[in-house]
Design a protein around this ligand. Structure first.
Ligand SMILES: [Zn+2]
Length: 72
């Protein structure tokens, strides 16, 4: 399976979170990302949250630098 990642730097964040999480399986990545979202971003673990996080997955590994999207 292709390595996948989610990168907090791509999203507007109150705390300017710079964490990126990568894993070899989407299940591992989802678990790690959910734990991060709950612990750091105070989201509630729910099927909806997991669904949203899955949509943020990207193939490959996190790049060295990412320009953060500005809040609309
Ligand atoms: Zn984060």
């Amino acid at each position: 399976m292709t390595r996948q990642y989610v990168d907090c730097r791509e999203f507007p964040s109150d705390m300017n979170c710079s964490v990126a999480i990568a894993a070899d399986t989407d299940q591992e990545l989802l678990e790690a990302a959910v734990q991060h979202a709950v612990a750091v971003h105070h989201h509630e673990d729910s099927p909806e949250l997991r669904q949203q996080i899955r949509q943020l997955f990207k193939e490959g590994t996190p790049p060295m630098a990412v320009s953060r999207k500005q809040p609309a």
